[in-house]
Design a protein around this ligand. Structure first.
Ligand SMILES: NC(=O)c1ccc[n+]([C@@H]2O[C@H](COP(=O)([O-])OP(=O)(O)OC[C@H]3O[C@@H](n4cnc5c(N)ncnc54)[C@H](O)[C@@H]3O)[C@@H](O)[C@H]2O)c1
Length: 323
């Protein structure tokens, strides 16, 4: 049995603990959060121990895997601490504030011979996996573009304050939700993004982060993609359109997948699978067991951070940026 502890008992903690409960080889032993009542509340709900200091927790609990679900500015220092304690790490996305931090984290994981995985959950949604399978089959001809659009009111009162400050979050909607979009495009195409042009807006009522972005990307294989995200008021939307020479796919991650047929969309039947938070932990276990290397490794996640950096640089410079 591998002992898991979670650092950061905020919004996302329940997803991790509930996934661990579905895997026989894993047990959650403790959570740590600087907010004592919150740590205690989560600990009581799931029957685990509560700590306010993650270092004390790691010292006392003999942890095999640490899941880090903290504000982004803490990812690097906590990752390095966990690696030095010889814990394998599942780090929430985005990996860190910038590429330089990612590199330090990768080095410390290598030095300590531990697995460093980043929670890029797009790889584990069943409709995303089906879309990737259809791209590979090639029945729709050549893929000519991907257009990813996401609209969601980002400036809601329930969002924790740190998300609105560039120094703590790294950026706004393009960092937080953009990490998923960049990852989705790279993973679906098995190809890295090579060039980025971006224009952002900053009209949010809190903090100093961007509230929208229009991004044009080109992959190493020359396929163009767009990411359009807005966090102002409006109608929620989360759609990825894949355009081929002989058809189209509409992917709504978490909802379903549709394929064009005679001028309209038809839903693609998809087999049930375990949820994304379970599947990502199974991937981490395979890497720990030496079955296969991590798909969402620190090295891969760094490429997502480098595209996000490119997005901000392109907006500042007003030019295309080569990644
Ligand atoms: N994969 C996904 O789809 C997904 C979804 C939501 C969040 N996330 C990611 O998960 C991470 C956490 O996000 P969240 O929404 O849960 O944030 P949150 O603000 O709700 O939770 C963070 C928690 O960390 C605690 N904390 C702060 N400093 C600490 C410290 N030094 N030691 C221990 N605890 C400390 C805070 O008190 C808070 O409870 C972020 O990286 C976020 O981007 C990923």
């Amino acid at each position: 049995m591998l002992r898991v502890a979670i650092i950061g008992a905020g919004t996302i903690v329940g997803q991790h603990i509930e996934a661990i409960a579905q895997i026989d080889r894993l047990i959650t032993v403790a959570v740590a959060d600087v907010r004592k009542e919150r740590a205690q509340e989560v600990a009581n709900r799931y029957g685990v121990k509560a700590y306010t200091d993650y270092k004390v927790m790691l010292d006392k609990e003999k942890v095999d895997i640490a899941i880090v679900a903290l504000p982004h500015f803490l990812h690097k220092e906590v990752s390095i601490y966990c690696a030095n304690m010889k814990c394998h790490i599942l780090m929430e996305k985005p990996m860190a504030l910038d590429v330089e931090e990612c590199e330090e984290m990768i080095l410390s994981a290598q030095r300590n011979h531990i697995q460093l995985m980043v929670g890029l959950t797009q790889h584990y949604f069943k409709e995303n996996r089906k879309a990737k399978e259809l791209i590979r089959q090639g029945d729709m001809g050549e893929l000519v573009m991907i257009n990813d659009a996401r609209h969601q009111n980002y400036f809601v009162d329930t969002r924790p304050e740190w998300f609105f400050h560039k120094s703590q979050a790294g950026g706004g909607i393009l960092t937080n939700l953009g990490a998923h979009s960049v990852d989705k495009i790279q993973w679906l195409l098995d190809c890295r993004v090579r060039k980025v042009s971006a224009h952002l807006s900053h009209h949010g009522n809190r903090g100093d982060i961007e509230g929208s972005g229009s991004v044009y990307l080109v992959t190493e294989s020359g396929i163009p993609a767009t990411i359009v995200q807005s966090g102002y008021e409006g109608v929620p939307r989360h759609e990825t359109h894949l355009i081929f020479t002989k058809g189209m796919l509409l992917l709504e991650t978490g909802r379903g997948l549709w394929i064009s047929e005679k001028g309209s969309y038809k839903e693609v039947p998809i087999q049930e699978t375990s949820g994304p938070y379970i599947l990502q932990l199974l991937d981490l276990l395979d890497a720990i067991d030496g079955v296969r290397p991590l798909e969402c490794s620190g090295e891969y996640a760094k490429t997502v951070n480098s595209v996000i950096e490119g997005i901000y640089r392109s907006h500042e410079l007003g030019t295309e940026v080569v990644i």
